[in-house]
Design a protein around this ligand. Structure first.
Ligand code: CMP
Length: 141
């Protein structure tokens, strides 16, 4: 998920390009607004932590771009492309390393396990919004 601010900063194309050029296959993509109840579900594991209120306020503060990306080992691949959650550990060349300066405002979110990916896909997408197209170029990635 590309978090609030990416549209205002005109970064959507640049960020999607990084996933595409790596070879990830986009099978769902939309602009959406995350409301308070969706934010509470999405960030339930962080409730009670010191940064929770700021995090929840940020994610509802503007439109986001939600995507489902497919690849072999997609979760670890995407997490390496986006960089560390802690912004001080996010290396240059990663999305967070290049475009974010604060951990709470860390510009992108990615599922950290198969279980969270399943939960987040179901939270943000209806089945008919997912399009698993035939990839004639899969052999090259
Ligand atoms: P995200 O991948 O969206 O998942 C949880 C979010 O909580 C994370 O990105 C950060 O934005 C935020 N977060 C996690 N740890 C901290 C922290 N120590 N301080 C501030 N924000 C944090």
């Amino acid at each position: 998920m590309l978090k609030p601010g990416i549209l205002q900063r005109r970064l959507v194309g640049e960020l999607i390009q990084r996933f595409e050029q790596k070879g990830l296959k986009i099978i769902a993509l939309k602009i959406m607004h995350i409301d308070k109840s969706m934010a509470e579900i999405h960030y339930a594991e962080h409730r009670g932590k010191g940064f929770y209120e700021e995090l929840a306020a940020y994610i509802v503060s503007g439109p986001v771009i939600a995507m489902i990306l497919e690849a072999q080992e997609a979760i670890s691949l995407v997490r390496r492309l986006i960089g560390s959650t802690n912004i001080h550990d996010a290396l240059p060349g990663t999305i967070r390393g290049d475009f974010a300066a604060q951990t709470t405002l860390n510009i992108v979110h990615a599922s950290d396990s198969k279980v969270s990916a399943e939960r987040e896909m179901a939270l943000f997408f209806k089945p008919e919004e997912i399009y698993d197209w035939e990839d004639g170029n899969a052999q090259w990635f």
